[in-house]
Design a protein around this ligand. Sequence first.
Ligand code: HGY
Ligand code: MN
Ligand code: MN
Length: 424
Amino acid sequence: MSFEDLWPGLLPVGRARGGGYRRFSWTEADRECRAWFAQEAVRRGLTLERDRNGNLVAWWDTSADGDSGAPGDEGRADDGRRPDLLDDVGGGRRDAVLTGSHLDSVPDGGAYDGPLGVVSALAAIDLMRERGVTPSRPLGVAVFTEEEGARFGVACLGSRLMTGAIDPDRARGLRDGDGVSWADAIAAEGYDPGAIGPDPAFLGRVGCFVELHVEQGRVLDAPVGVGSAIWPHGRWRFDFTGQGNHAGTTLLGDRRDPMLPFARTVLAAREAAERYDAVATMGKVRVTPNGVNAIPSEVRAWLDTRAPDDAAVRATVAAIAAVAEEAAGWHGVDVGLSEESYTEVVDFHVDLRDRLVKTLGGAPVLPTGAGHDAGILSAHVPTAMLFVRNPTGVSHAPEEYAEPADCRAGAEALAAVLTDLACR
Ligand code: HGY
Ligand code: MN
Ligand code: MN
């Protein structure tokens, strides 16, 4: 199927009234996305595997003995060993090529962030088959769970669990806004919460991972680009605790209103980001009790900070925290700050990056400020990214868009890259 034929199948799933998407992990929309992916995998004769962390991988393996090629199989094309993948980087015993992305979204997210990588991977397999390409090693399409962290708060949770980048106990205890834990959510889907955690057997068989993603910015002036790096970035939570009280009868001098230091902190985030050439966002806040005529008892607010280098991120957060402390003190409010997740700078695998550029006959190379599962896997597996042009640069919003011609070019580029990597 062409990209255009495939794309409409997923489009309506999880779309909210305002046109954005609410595809949160382990909700009905997520189940529908997973069912769509399973159906497309079966339609292509791919072997669908659910790992213990909630991630999915659909395997195309053409080895003589027809094993699934899923990790853990001996998966050999003949009695010899497959040539090492990327032997210029000493792939060792790794022989599978993995692509894919995620299907979950931020609240009111766009249609392309995540799904473009998954749909393009399936379209790329169809293109390869139309051209009679037969991979000599397993080729997997992954769907990583909870990439946005929109429900349980930690981004790339599925790939962090797979790689050991998060403690399984902490993951089990993550809770959504209604208090539902990750453990309870996955148990309700038939997973064993006690089994989540690092999966070295899977990673040990993956020779490289290439993720295609819509560009989240507007740097690209060509249909497809190749990723060079991901900026360091993190998420912090401020807890401002004051005294709930009556909005009408409490004198100003008697108030301990947590909303005031929160408001000062939001402005400080912008000031610090400008000062340190970073970006800082406070887009999520939870007010308790959130009543019009009640002074809040608590304001919980999240900070997302990113910059080209670690020092700038740290300096930005430190400056914001200092203002939060001072403002809280002024208003007799307590403030707590906790780092919820942090991702060091990711420099994608140079040889793999250059190989993608060469396969594409040249392509722009660009960094990104957006986090991806590719960033998490890159510490364990040679990893690269392809970006598809986003004409407006808008992402994490209903207006996110990519031209059909550019999406087609992305699927073609991915097919060429996967052919080069999986047919050696
Ligand atoms: O937040 C990010 O950068 C990514 O979209 N999860
Ligand atoms: Mn995103
Ligand atoms: Mn994404």
